[in-house]
Design a protein around this ligand. Structure first.
Ligand SMILES: [Zn+2]
Length: 139
């Protein structure tokens, strides 16, 4: 995993080295060397600032990623798919729901499974809201 903290530490060490270099080159009267050392120090300051910005962006993106993963998980748990003539959650843990009610007004009305003669002669499920009756497709 990328650790911006390590990069900031390394930049700090490089800046410290440049400071020592400035101390050593103070007595050197070579304008070009002194100018290059000052440029190097400026570049390190800019680089450190850039890394701090990148660190903030990485943290922000990690937070967004966690949120998106939670939303995707929640969607998988609540999104409906058609199975056996009714709607179920993708993981098949909740359902069956009435397709007529959901398709017309988005209501999630759980179907009641019929038993005995009703199941044999009429349907597998019944919606108590719209009285729709459903057969399992596998029937
Ligand atoms: Zn219904």
């Amino acid at each position: 995993m990328v650790d911006p903290g390590t990069a900031i530490t390394l930049i700090g060490a490089a800046a410290s080295t440049v400071k020592k270099l400035i101390g050593l080159t103070k007595d050197i009267k070579n304008i070009e060397v002194n100018s290059l050392v000052v440029d190097l120090q400026g570049n390190l300051v800019d680089l450190k600032s850039e890394i701090v910005d990148l660190k903030e962006e990485i943290l922000s993106l990690r937070e967004k990623n966690v949120l998106l993963e939670q939303q995707a998980k929640q969607r998988d748990e609540t999104e409906l798919v058609e199975q056996e003539g009714a709607y179920w959650t993708k993981d098949m843990k909740k359902g069956p729901y009435c397709t007529a009610c959901f398709d017309s007004n988005g209501e999630r009305n759980r179907l009641t499974e019929l038993k005995g003669l009703l199941k044999r002669e009429i349907a597998d499920y019944e919606c108590k809201k719209c009285t729709g009756r459903f057969h399992k497709k596998s029937r």
